[in-house]
Write a protein that binds this ligand. Structure first.
Ligand SMILES: [Fe+2]
Length: 269
């Protein structure tokens, strides 16, 4: 029986996932809950990035006899949605979470370092977004000077480095007032949820659900969506959208073989 730990490439690499803070530490202070939630959210971003990196090389391009324009179009759309998800995550932090944390802690520059790190991968992300929007299926290349691999490689180390670092910053916040921290965090989350539009919801929900591995340490309750959301995604939001084939998990958070990975790829529980 194959599992995630088999040597068959899955979306737990090439970029390693973040260890769940609450698995190793114990504390009732809110900083641990905040760091744990953020780690789960970052792992969604990393898992779907890994899914792109692991499947991209296996998608037949126009010179390949197995080329299928729809496969490429769906993959390009998946990549575009991933970029949007990363943009949205950082926009929420910059607009709501970081400023509120600066205010309540009395340290306006508290989250300056993570905010500055955002700038280090912004241009690369924008390039990838343009590529995913403007490339026709027959023009798609993974390898080569104009290929997608190179664009992702121009910023992926900075992005993932930031995703790891931000958790470490949150883990230093045990000296802040726990109740105030919680109030601020929840308020920022509520405002952020209200700021999303319908298009974002339609594209983000299937991507988040399909990249959140509920078998991962402490991941069984993430994302904190209502129980029926996987059904809404499966039968509504995602119906007829082939892009979600590239998700590494089903909408119920169960890992599955990558659609375009190594042909021997297999994951069972
Ligand atoms: Fe974050």
């Amino acid at each position: 029986m194959a599992t995630k730990s088999d040597p068959i490439p899955w979306a737990d690499g090439p970029f390693s996932l973040i260890e769940t803070p609450s698995v190793k530490r114990k504390s009732d202070h809110f900083y641990l809950k905040a760091a744990t939630e953020m780690a789960h959210a970052h792992n969604v971003l990393i898992r779907s990035l890994n899914a792109i990196l692991r499947q991209g090389p296996h998608i037949p391009t126009s010179t390949d006899p197995k080329y299928c324009a729809k496969d490429v179009a769906d993959f390009l759309n998946y990549v575009r949605c991933w970029v949007q998800m990363v943009h949205h995550h950082h926009w929420v932090e910059e607009e709501f979470i970081f400023p509120e944390m600066g205010k309540f802690s009395g340290k306006p520059g508290l989250m300056d370092e993570p905010r500055h790190q955002h700038e280090s991968f912004q241009a690369g992300l924008t390039n990838l977004e343009s590529y995913s929007i403007n490339t026709k299926p027959e023009q798609f290349e993974w390898k080569g000077p104009q290929g997608m691999e190179r664009i992702i490689g121009s910023f992926s180390e900075q992005l993932t480095g930031h995703l790891y670092d931000e958790i470490e910053v949150l883990l230093t916040m045990g000296d802040l007032d726990s109740e105030e921290f919680k109030k601020t965090w929840l308020k920022a989350e509520t405002i952020a949820k209200q700021s999303g539009n319908l298009k974002l919801l339609v594209e983000m929900v299937p991507l988040v659900l399909g990249s959140a591995d509920k078998t991962y340490e402490g991941g069984e309750d993430f994302p904190p969506f209502p129980w029926f959301m996987p059904y809404v995604a499966h039968y509504g939001l995602a119906a007829r959208n082939g892009s979600w084939r590239f998700n590494p998990c089903d909408f119920w958070g169960k890992p599955r073989p990558l659609a375009f990975g190594d042909s021997s790829s297999s994951i069972e529980d």
